[in-house]
Design a protein around this ligand. Structure first.
Ligand SMILES: [Zn+2]
Length: 383
């Protein structure tokens, strides 16, 4: 499921010694390049010990400056769920550079927003299907539901059969394409399948699976029938993100591993300027984590977007390495950023439990992430 390990994070957004990140034209960086010794806490960083079921992650939250010493102490948390972990061979005390680049406060561009009530209704609709693990009738119904909301949009499938520890399953990534005037593609992705091992527990994945499905549907409303003066935007509903037995490199990310390989072969991959992933983004107490496996300059753009909209306090309050659908693309050199809130309920207690239900969610959180995504796209278009 995840790698059990300890690590320390000591980045501080206010660190004046950190410079702005390079633009997207800079050489793409791989995960391995993120490792740095700067600012490590002695004795807290160590090499991975191999895969363990319940990793203990020691986190020194960033932005400790104004907080009490107690809140700045190294925290311990247990990550359960969609195996999110650090790269197996990169013990890292990341020194990331997430200072927003110089912002033009005179930027007259209107601040984007989404229809959060409509987005929330999508979550309700999706949850109403019940558990939606791969291979289930409810999953099939959701596929139809997603495509039915994309009328008039160019939609492509990446459908295949996945060989899993629980047998063979049909997997279908759904891609909606919104062409732009610039050469290049921004992908915004999120998974729509729900946890397989919990399929008979009443688990509906309102946040984990539901929120990502819904935010993409709402973004489609903002992209359709509009001429894009910028990169093409592809919305990608990924499938088979969840492990069917226990998270591992081979039991997880079925859809994106297949798609990244396909896009590498057909030449699509090198056109992708940014891969923006959403996962578990509707928690009423929204804290988007800074993922140490993501691409720093792209996270910097996301933070810049959040700051312009006044939502920066919901972003990157702590750092941890996360395994998610972006990883197959990260490994192939695609600039990627995972927007995920891995603190779903106190100590992440609702994550991958039947308590992942609608009452924990807020349309405001959907509004925050949706509008930040649109603003991020706008900023990328200008770079
Ligand atoms: Zn999950």
């Amino acid at each position: 499921m995840t790698v059990g390990m300890k690590y320390a994070v000591t980045i501080a957004l206010s660190d004046p010694h950190r410079s702005a990140d390079p633009p997207p034209t800079a050489e793409r960086r791989q995960i391995a390049a993120h490792g740095a010794s700067r600012g490590s806490v002695p004795g807290t960083a160590q090499a991975p010990e191999g895969r363990k079921k319940t990793p203990h992650v020691h986190i020194l939250p960033i932005r400790c400056g104004a907080r009490t010493l107690a809140t700045c102490l190294i925290l311990s948390s247990t990550l359960i769920a969609c195996a999110r972990q650090k790269s197996p061979d990169t013990p890292q005390t990341v020194s990331s550079t997430l200072l927003p680049t110089a912002m033009n406060s005179d930027d007259p561009a209107p601040k984007p927003s989404i229809n959060s009530a409509r987005a929330m209704q999508y979550v309700r609709d999706v949850v109403a299907f019940g558990p939606r693990p791969i291979g289930s009738p409810n999953h099939k119904k959701l596929e139809t539901y997603i495509v039915s909301h994309l009328k008039g949009v160019t939609v492509e499938d990446d459908a295949f059969t996945a060989d899993t520890p629980e047998g063979k399953f049909p997997v279908r990534n759904i891609i909606a394409k919104f062409p732009g005037t610039r050469d290049g593609i921004i992908v915004i992705a999120g998974h729509y399948d729900t946890n397989y091992p919990l399929r008979n527990t009443g688990y509906v994945g309102a946040n984990d699976g539901g929120s990502s499905t819904a935010i993409l549907l709402e973004l489609a409303n903002h992209l359709r029938d509009k001429k894009r003066d910028g990169y093409s935007v592809w919305l990608l509903w990924t499938d088979g993100e969840e492990a069917v037995k226990q998270w591992s490199a081979t039991d997880s990310l079925y859809g994106t591993r297949h798609l990244a390989e396909k896009w590498e072969k057909d030449g699509t991959l090198k056109k992708i300027k940014a891969f923006l992933l959403t996962d578990m983004i509707a928690d009423a107490d929204l804290n988007i984590d800074q993922d140490m496996n993501s691409t720093p300059w792209l996270e910097s753009v996301v933070l810049q977007a959040a700051t312009r909209l006044g939502y920066q306090s919901h972003f990157f309050g702590r750092s941890l390495p996360i395994e998610d659908d972006h990883l197959p693309f990260v490994h192939m050199g695609v600039p990627s950023a995972d927007l995920i809130d891995m603190d779903y309920g106190y100590n992440d207690v609702f994550h991958h439990t039947p308590q992942d239900t609608l009452d924990k969610l807020s349309p405001k959180s959907l509004e925050i992430v949706g509008s930040v995504l649109l603003e991020t796209v706008r900023l990328l278009d200008k770079m």
